[in-house]
Design a protein. Sequence first.
Length: 337
Amino acid sequence: MEDIIEGTNGDIVALFGVECASGDTFCHPDLNYAMTSMFVPEPVISLAIEPKDNKASDQMGKALNRFTKEDPTFRTYIDPESNQTIIQGMGELHLEVYIERMRREYRCEVATGMPQVAYREAITQRADFNYTHKKQTGGSGQYGRVAGFIEPTTGMNYEFVNSIKGGAIPTEFISSCDKGFRESIRKGSLIGFPIVNTKVTINDGQSHAVDSSDIAFHLAAIGAFREAYEKARPAILEPIMKVEVEGPTEFQGNIFASVNQRRGVITASNDEGFFCRVEAEVPLAEMFGYSTVLRSLTQGKAEFSMEFLKYVRVPTQISEQLRKDFEEKRRKEQQAR
């Protein structure tokens, strides 16, 4: 280590005792600059973790807090339904490294659950809705009617269009409709994952002078989305990874076979002397444990790297299995209650 007074362009330096997060900008006190944020891809793999004792629980909280500041691609949250702590990252190895760091740096032993792939749900066709939420109780009731349609879109996870004319829905309730639709796309009905690439347009509705309120239109929007979602032929999407495998040319056939067995599509293959590089697109769900398989197929001489590429529709057979598993899980949760 060498003490320095300043760092110039291109220098890599270390700071001690500075409270900051990855992506923060440091500049002169007289300047008020912030650099453009780096691109942070969405996590593609989730893992449930739980501390083995009370002491580990405190340490786990400290570790997760530090790791999320260090690494924008590492995320953590508590699942409201299962009350489990979930960590998310860019791959199996990514999460394994952080679990090992918990053990070494924080003396924190944790138990891990099965990795869960970040599937998504999406609609495949346009569907209309015309839903009325009506509830009458002792005092003033709840009333709100929302009409319009949902349709698939690209490039945006969610888009809301207000085409109301003539004040069919008062302006002050439009934001409540938007909130209701946003809440609906957080969890789809097929396998309970977020819904993406959806455009919602409202073009008609009805309010009541006494019974209409923010909550009434919020609930009307949720009911309207559920009504239209089933008619819009929803499908399950899975993350596809761009995989690069490098190894001796003599094992090229084994590498090809291992990719094909995992529903992979080989996009390129280059020979560089005694080594070859194979590029492929493979579903993340098929990549668990691949490092062990690759080592055994190539006598430990090949290695691979992968990064998230895109979401594509899951084959019918796998989609049906995912839905069965989701229904089974939901039934067990209801029985436990």
